[in-house]
Design a protein around this ligand. Structure first.
Ligand SMILES: O=CC(=O)O
Length: 318
């Protein structure tokens, strides 16, 4: 029986019980981590389940010297110090695959939402019902428009299918690995990175955050986009240089943006992106459905239990 710390809330009771059959489970909030009780729980922990975006740093690992596994209830692992985990022999696991549909749905919603000025429409619907005048102005059709997908992994592919089959969009995509027959089979075309920015009416980002991708969509890339194009990001805020994005939106170079992720979450209330009428911001809820979060929790538990039992986890990062 090992000590398992669940960092953050939101694991369904059934999943907690499943871990609890074999191990002692202690749930801690971020604030409790800094208490004597939290430090003691971490000092004995052999496994940690991380809910959400809590960073796993060298300092965190030093406070948990018995740790064997960090199991993320998330697919992204940019907030984990992987090198430090490797050095300490701590396995890192995540939850790929099970959230693709939910994130793709939200992405599609943001594409159509910004095209139809949905944020402003909601405000007007709850308020004056003004449909003429300065706001809300007319939206634009998505059918027949070009959707550019930066990063054609599992989620990018789901977005491509939804937007091609459902909305009649033309799909172009860029991955460093080049075209694949699977993607081209449903009418998506691989293009160079330059062509992607130049041709997309809507550009959606599906890249992980790494040192190479940080701010990789910046001033130069945004300036290369079509005047009046739209940007959607449901991946990680820091892939985009937010200052450059704000400038492009303010100047009218970009017509709008749909963002489920920001550089700082929760954002500073003064972040201009929260106040521009042509920007829709959602609070990092790409995977936030009952079914998807349950599947993520189950996979996180399976990964954890496997490592603690000396078996291979289902989805290992390190
Ligand atoms: O952002 C959410 C995740 O990485 O699962």
């Amino acid at each position: 029986m090992a000590q398992v710390v669940v960092l953050g809330t939101g694991l369904p009771d059934r999943v907690l019980d499943e871990i609890g059959v074999r191990h002692t489970v202690r749930t801690l909030t971020r604030d409790q981590l800094d208490t004597a009780e939290g430090r003691a729980a971490l000092a004995h922990a052999e496994g940690v389940v991380v809910i959400g975006q809590e960073p796993v740093t060298e300092e965190f690992l030093a406070a948990a010297p018995k740790l064997r596994v960090v199991s993320l209830r998330a697919v992204g692992y940019d907030r984990v110090d992987l090198a430090a985990c490797r050095r300490r022999g701590v396995a890192v696991c995540h939850t790929p695959g099970v959230l693709d549909g939910a994130v793709a749905d939200l992405t599609a919603l943001l594409v159509v939402g910004i095209a139809r000025r949905f944020g402003e429409c909601l405000d007007s619907g709850r308020g004056s019902w003004a449909t003429t005048g300065a706001r809300p102005a007319l939206g634009t059709d998505v059918a027949g428009k070009v959707l550019g997908i930066l990063g054609m992994g599992r989620i990018g592919r789901r977005v491509a299918r939804t937007c091609a089959a459902g909305f009649g969009m033309e799909i172009i995509y860029h991955t460093r690995s080049g075209p694949t027959a699977e993607d081209d089979a449903f009418g998506a075309s691989w293009v160079t990175r330059e062509e992607l920015f130049a041709r997309a009416d809507f550009l959606t980002i599906h890249l992980p955050l790494t040192p190479e991708t940080r701010h990789s969509v910046g001033e130069r890339e945004l300036a290369a986009m079509k005047p009046g194009a739209y940007l959607v990001n449901t991946a990680r805020g820091d892939v985009v240089d937010e200052r450059a994005l704000v400038a492009a939106l303010r100047s009218g170079r970009l017509a709008g943006a749909g963002l489920d992720v920001l550089s700082t979450e929760p954002p500073d209330p003064d972040n201009p992106l929260l106040h521009l009428p042509n920007v829709m911001v959602t609070p990092h809820v790409g995977s936030a459905t009952e079914e998807t979060r349950y599947a993520m929790a189950e996979l996180a538990a399976r990964n954890l239990l496997n490592v603690l039992a000396g078996e291979e986890p289902v989805a290992r990062v390190v």
